[in-house]
Design a protein around this ligand. Structure first.
Ligand code: GLP
Length: 276
């Protein structure tokens, strides 16, 4: 049975009944992460049974770590194979070497890829080492590669305190594609803990665009903790605006927010309906 069928019907936002946005409020981050991991696992198996690839859009940051942990457990204990999986990561700092402690290549290897049977050639993470002049062409190729694999089946997302998805910072419009961007100051401040000082945090990043993200067939956004409550509320209940790029998800036909109690705190009760 697919996990979509197992899930209780999520509550759809009444004022957005024409969109596919739904919000689940879960007991805690562990429950939310397991639910998404189960959905990913059943999607991979479904596709494998049809001899087809499963294309996943992956995210970094502290939020998805438990999803990756659960996927690794499913690989080890339940025989979940990633042989038919193709992945595209959302973003990467620029410039950065792949073996730098803060690189997203290293993050993904440590949390997921080193522990599963994925074919390395199927892993795609924006390169932090390309020459500046080559970046626009590289970014076009990244979007084209996603399209040529058939598009992303499920995109995992976190949300930054600026309202960013990937590194689409305030100002990013709905039609943006993969490109080089300037990081917002708040995002750089949040990254100080990883880089050990503001002066070491990169100013730039390569990110999939808002439009690149919206092309995904399903989007699952995880947000945990009270520091996300305000931006989650504005992204879901506020008007769509490039000041909060995550608000553009309101137009998507299958986007689900999975929140813990703290992150859901500022939402009106009618937005998430019953707690799962
Ligand atoms: C980084 C990533 C985003 C992520 C955000 C939130 O900025 N590029 O994709 O959503 O961090 O991080 P955290 O999950 O640690 O709150």
């Amino acid at each position: 049975m697919s996990s979509t069928l197992e899930s209780p019907a999520p509550f759809n936002h009444p004022s957005k009944h024409t969109s596919g946005l739904s919000v689940l409020r879960l007991a805690d981050a562990g429950e939310a992460s397991k639910r998404v991991a189960r959905e990913i696992g059943s999607l991979i198996r479904h596709r494998a049974a049809e001899h087809r690839n499963c294309v996943l859009g992956l995210a970094t940051g502290s939020t998805p770590i438990r999803v990756y942990r659960e996927l690794v457990r499913m690989h080890r204990e339940e025989g979940l194979s990633f042989h038919n999986v193709v992945t595209f990561n959302l973003d990467e700092y620029f410039p950065i070497k792949p073996d730098a402690a803060q690189s997203y290549v290293r993050f993904m290897n440590e949390h997921l890829f080193d522990h599963i049977d994925i074919v390395r050639a199927n892993v795609h993470i924006p390169k932090g080492t390309i020459e500046l002049e080559a970046v626009p062409g590289y970014c076009r190729d990244y979007d084209e590669l996603i399209a040529s694999t058939g598009g992303i089946d499920l995109q995992l997302l976190g949300i930054g305190r600026t309202g960013h998805i990937g590194f689409n910072e305030p100002g990013a419009t709905k039609d943006t594609r993969t490109r080089l961007v300037k990081l917002d100051n708040l995002t750089r401040l949040d990254a100080v803990k990883d880089f050990g000082g503001m002066e070491h945090v990169p100013l730039l990043a390569i990110t999939m665009g808002v439009d690149s993200i919206l092309q995904s067939r399903r989007i699952r956004l995880l947000a945990f903790g009270e520091h996300k409550a305000d931006i989650v509320q504005r992204a879901i209940e506020g008007r769509m605006t490039s000041t909060i790029p995550a608000s553009f998800l309101q137009t998507h036909r299958d986007v689900q927010y999975l929140l813990d109690d703290a992150a859901a705190e500022c939402l009106s009760q009618s937005t998430y309906g019953e707690t799962v």
